[in-house]
Design a protein around this ligand. Sequence first.
Ligand SMILES: [Zn+2]
Length: 130
Amino acid sequence: MKIHLEPKLSSCPDKLRCPVCQQAFDVSRMRSLLLNDRGLIQGDICPECVRLTSDEIRVMMADHARLMLEQPKLYAYLPYPEEVAMELFEASLEEVKFPSPYHWLVKTIESRFLNPAEDQTTIQALSQMH
Ligand SMILES: [Zn+2]
């Protein structure tokens, strides 16, 4: 798996569910997408789970996959818990690659240009530079 950073576009919902902890969270202006090794999006990883280690993420995903099969009623928000469980389990076998600090920085700056209204101080700082 790998974490791919992407600026949040207006078409993206404000709340999403994390594929690792299964909690709904508010999406920040930068999305952290979790992709499996085949490049399929598993979902947006929440700010708490993004701080975990690769092993912790994999264990949590495998635990939820098991629980989805054993007690699908706990995951009423999923139309097909069995299918999601298989995907989660498959993904949990893969090592997680995190973005480099440099990539993180570049993407953070990029997301500010795409959402300028949310960050007036950046605009002011930039306008003073020219
Ligand atoms: Zn999470």
